[in-house]
Design a protein around this ligand. Structure first.
Ligand code: ACO
Length: 322
């Protein structure tokens, strides 16, 4: 049987950290550090400079992941980028990333659009390619510049998000790595989190900014994250007690705590980066993963439970042995 293992991780955050106070002052927001920290746990985030795109951030994260895996761009035979903020309508951020990396072997490259679940969706897809035997070395990236789709006059959303990218190299192996995955969607909830605009005839029509019903999102997120975590644990014949690290999508510290509690996983085993990164959508899970790997907290052989939820609504989880 062909297994799939993570052979390297990488990540990249643009520029300096922007504190809540600095953001409030720069954008003239009617808000406070106290409100933001209490409701979300967020203290700072990174924001890309004008002109810096998702594929730029993806390139930096990918370079680091390839180096950690001991691979070069020429070894990669499939590139998947999870993003809701691609550089262009087309070509895909994945195609642009391929060009920046100098991968010239004709590896297929495509984007996955599942908002904050994008990275888990992309992992799940990549694993199926590897397991089928068609591909051996897949670059899976989450990269976002959510700052581009924020309405800086909407204090209820603009304080929540940040920019960044994270990447993993997935390789075929004879040893188990990814143990079980699940992904789901329910489009009937499209109205509670969306960017309901488009380009039509050369102009933006509709509303090009992120809109959210925060409380509805909160309730939905906690329920499906617990459900999908149990689904992948059951599929692998494991229990939550066997999980060394829970790495959830970093939306809000209260969602992370509520999910860990529902799963009976101690808060100490729940990876938290939202305090320093904000919500980086599809980038948040691989950013948290890479930070913990490089910081020495995650060790080879440990069991990790990755899970995400996002607009659509979409959600999913992957259980793996690192
Ligand atoms: N600063 C100060 N006051 C604010 C701010 C702010 N930045 N934002 C909203 N408020 C005010 C509101 O205007 C409202 O004032 P009012 O009572 O005078 O009308 C008051 O605070 C309460 O607003 P609520 O929206 O009810 O606040 P709530 O406690 O629900 O917190 C929040 C809002 C933090 C967004 C919360 O609903 C939440 O965490 N939801 C989860 C959504 C989330 O994390 N989304 C991320 C994207 S989705 C994803 O990644 C899955």
């Amino acid at each position: 049987m062909i297994h799939t293992r993570i052979s390297g991780t990488g990540s990249f955050l643009p520029g300096d950290a922007v504190s809540n106070e600095a953001l409030i002052a720069a954008r003239g927001l009617d808000s406070s550090d106290e409100w933001i920290v209490e409701r979300t746990g967020i203290r700072s985030r990174h924001l890309a400079a004008p002109g810096v795109t998702s594929s730029d951030l993806a390139f930096e994260a990918s370079r680091r992941a390839l180096q950690a895996a001991g691979r070069t761009a020429a070894d990669v035979d499939l590139i998947i980028v999870a993003t809701s903020t691609p550089d262009y309508v087309f070509p895909s951020a994945a195609a642009l990333l391929q060009s920046k990396l100098g991968n010239t072997n004709g590896a297929p490259a495509f984007d996955v659009q599942a908002v904050c679940s994008g990275f888990v969706y992309a992992l799940t897809i990549a694993e199926k390619f590897i397991r089928s035997g068609s591909h051996k070395c897949v670059l899976v990236v989450g990269a976002e510049v959510f700052s581009r789709i924020l309405d800086w006059k909407d204090r209820g959303t603009c304080v929540l998000f940040g920019d960044g990218a994270g990447a993993v190299v997935l390789e075929a192996s004879d040893r188990p790595g990814l143990l079980s995955s699940a992904f789901h969607a329910d489009g009937s909830h499209h109205g509670i989190l969306s960017v309901p605009g488009q380009i039509c005839g050369g102009v933006v029509t509709g509303d090009p900014f992120l809109r959210m019903d925060g409380q509805a999102v909160f309730k939905f997120a906690v329920k499906v994250l617990a459900d999908v975590a149990n689904e992948v644990l059951d599929a692998a014949g494991m229990t939550a007690a066997q999980v060394d690290w829970l790495i959830p999508h970093q939306a809000n510290v209260r969602i992370l705590q509520a999910t860990a509690k529902k799963l009976h996983i101690s808060p100490q085993k729940c990876m938290v980066t939202v305090d320093r990164h904000g919500n980086t959508s599809a980038a948040s899970i691989p950013l948290a993963l890479d930070e913990a790997v490089r910081g020495g907290r995650i060790q080879r052989g440990q069991h990790l439970l990755l899970e995400g939820v996002g607009g659509g609504f979409t959600w999913g989880a992957t259980l793996l042995k690192f």
